[in-house]
Design a protein around this ligand. Sequence first.
Ligand SMILES: [Zn+2]
Length: 287
Amino acid sequence: MKWQGRRGSSNVEDRRGRGGGMGGGRLVGGGITGIVVIVIVTLLSGGNIGDIMGNLLSTGSGTNTNAPYEQTAQEKELSEFVSVVLADTEDVWSEIFREQGMTYQDPTLVLYSGSVNSACGTASSAVGPFYCPGDAKLYIDLSFYDELQQQFQAPGDFAMAYVIAHEVGHHVQTLLGASEQLNSLRQRLSETEFNKYQVRFELQADYYAGVWAHHVQGQNLLEEGDLDEALTAASAVGDDTIQKRARGYVVPDSFTHGTSEQRKRWFYKGYESGTIAGGDTFKASDL
Ligand SMILES: [Zn+2]
């Protein structure tokens, strides 16, 4: 993506180097315990934590130092890139909302390292990037970029851009009321039933990420390979792919984000259409 020298967003909050919790170690690992903790915290907060990976939450960790964060050259470049992507999403979504007679409210992007406090609870970077509707903020530990490349094998700047655009998609859903609708279902459905709606919800965020990419393409800002980078990333964070790698088998009832094929397809649908209109994943019969 062509991003150097372009406008960065003023809505970036840099909390790197400041731990989110009350001291203590960082929680590592995953599996059942992490999932249980996530479910509890998510229920308590009505939040959407543990997004891309749906992995695990820390109950508080990090150090409480106030020293300014010393970033490496790579981190500096990445944080500038992330800021330009966020600014791009502001421009695109403001325009789309305006066309619909609505007003877009910019979300804030919080950069953190290790762990962070949000209105959705305290999260460790092991949960991956997430959006919290309670404070309308996106939370990203930039080390996720390395994880995308190495663990998910989804390299490239536009893979990271897709991740940000997906989280911004959740913000759009909050503004349009979809988040609230999903939360009301949470109260009255079994977990298995609720998961099905959760998948539709996540695929809609992928669709909105695609809508954004459509407009980036329209401005001639995509470079060769960018679209493939996003599609590879969307595929890499599919539930089936993640589960297969983590435990060797797949439990479709536990899917919360959709399969690799679905995530790719809905991103691409948004990319082709460029409008909100085609993204009603809740009504779609061909999910
Ligand atoms: Zn999501």
